[in-house]
Design a protein around this ligand. Structure first.
Ligand SMILES: Nc1ncnc2c1ncn2[C@@H]1O[C@H](COP(=O)(O)OP(=O)(O)OP(=O)(O)O)[C@@H](O)[C@H]1O
Length: 314
């Protein structure tokens, strides 16, 4: 990774009482790149996003954004920093205020962060609508008058209204019809290219992550068990969980790899040693006794699995 990443997360953990939602997560995102977090429901993806956005306080670990440690910022500085980190959520209907017109929706973030004069704010709103391919007439309409895909376009336009350096997108297309998903993803990629925005992108859908992301972290029970450049993760997955996820993806034959079996255990009772061992087709004694360290396996790929030691010893 580069020396000067836009976002750098180190040793991030979050417990909600006995629930260990996020455990010792570290990654960084170079400027203009997209880092994807993928994993089953309950693996801690959304909690990681909320930690990065400082919507929840970490139990441990640090987050550096634009070279500044977010924990060290006063409430006021943190608010100012939010201008540079915007978010897009799964449910655009829930995240858009039903009582605000599109004009108000797009002007409000600019008002909150004192960006531009009222005239400039309106012009920005008009430009953003054009960028997300909605007509100018949409300005005076309300969220319920739009389809799900159009609402997500409005949410994307709103996220861009303060010209942020980074966007955190949590399952931005999973509530949309499959036919609309590709349009919204294409739009997000085009806008990212045009604006050079850095992105943290969260999805349980491997195809979506493959399409959107440069680098990928695979999460299981709160941990990143494997991480690396997209082509390595999809072409040469090293962790049995990544392999099983890929084999279980819709449209994939099981091939040589075991599909994912059983349910993800509760984050209340994380298995000892390797958290994946209870579902792993390759588990052996050491997996219950000892937690595998994350090891570098070349090409920017890292994975935490005792099999990698075994392979090396062989
Ligand atoms: N506010 C909370 N209080 C208690 N437990 C929580 C809270 N938020 C998340 N959790 C728990 O933390 C774990 C991780 O949840 P999280 O939503 O981050 O996972 P996820 O991978 O985003 O899954 P999903 O796609 O279902 O949202 C789960 O066991 C969840 O029940």
């Amino acid at each position: 990774m580069t020396d000067n990443p836009m976002l750098s997360v180190t040793g991030l953990s979050k417990s909600f009482r006995a629930v260990k939602a996020v455990r010792d997560v570290s990654f960084s995102i170079p400027r203009g790149k997209t880092f994807g977090l993928v994993g089953e429901s309950g693996s801690g993806k959304s909690t990681t996003a909320r930690l990065v956005l400082r919507l929840v306080e970490p139990t441990a670990g640090s987050i550096s954004f634009r070279g500044r440690d977010l924990a060290g910022l006063s409430a006021r500085d943190l608010r100012a920093e939010r201008r540079h980190m915007q978010m897009i959520f799964q449910d655009p209907f829930g995240s858009l205020n039903p009582r605000m017109s599109v004009r108000e929706t797009l002007v409000e973030p600019q008002l909150v962060h004192s960006v531009g004069t009222p005239d400039e704010q309106l012009r920005t709103a008009e430009r953003l609508l054009a960028e997300v391919s909605l007509p100018r007439a949409a300005l005076d309409r309300y969220p319920h008058e739009f389809s799900g895909g159009q609402r997500q376009r409005i949410a994307i336009a709103r996220a861009l209204a303060t010209n942020p350096e980074m966007i955190v997108a949590d399952e931005p297309v999973s509530a949309l019809d499959v036919s609309v998903q590709a349009q919204v993803l294409n739009l997000m990629r085009d806008l990212q290219d045009r604006h050079g925005t850095t992105m943290l992108f969260i999805s349980h859908d491997l195809r979506v992550v493959q399409f959107m992301c440069d680098e990928i972290g695979v999460m299981y029970l709160g941990e990143i068990v494997e991480q690396g450049p997209r082509d390595r993760i999809y072409g040469a997955p090293a962790h049995p969980y990544t392999q099983a996820l890929l084999a279980s993806a819709p449209g994939k034959g099981s091939g040589q790899r075991a599909r994912l079996k059983g349910e993800i255990p509760s984050a209340h009772a994380v298995p000892s040693g390797c958290a994946f061992r209870t579902r792993c087709p390759h588990a052996f004694d050491r997996c219950a006794a000892e937690k595998p360290a994350r090891r570098d396996i070349g090409g920017g790929q890292k994975a935490a699995c005792h099999l990698l030691d075994k392979a090396q010893a062989a």
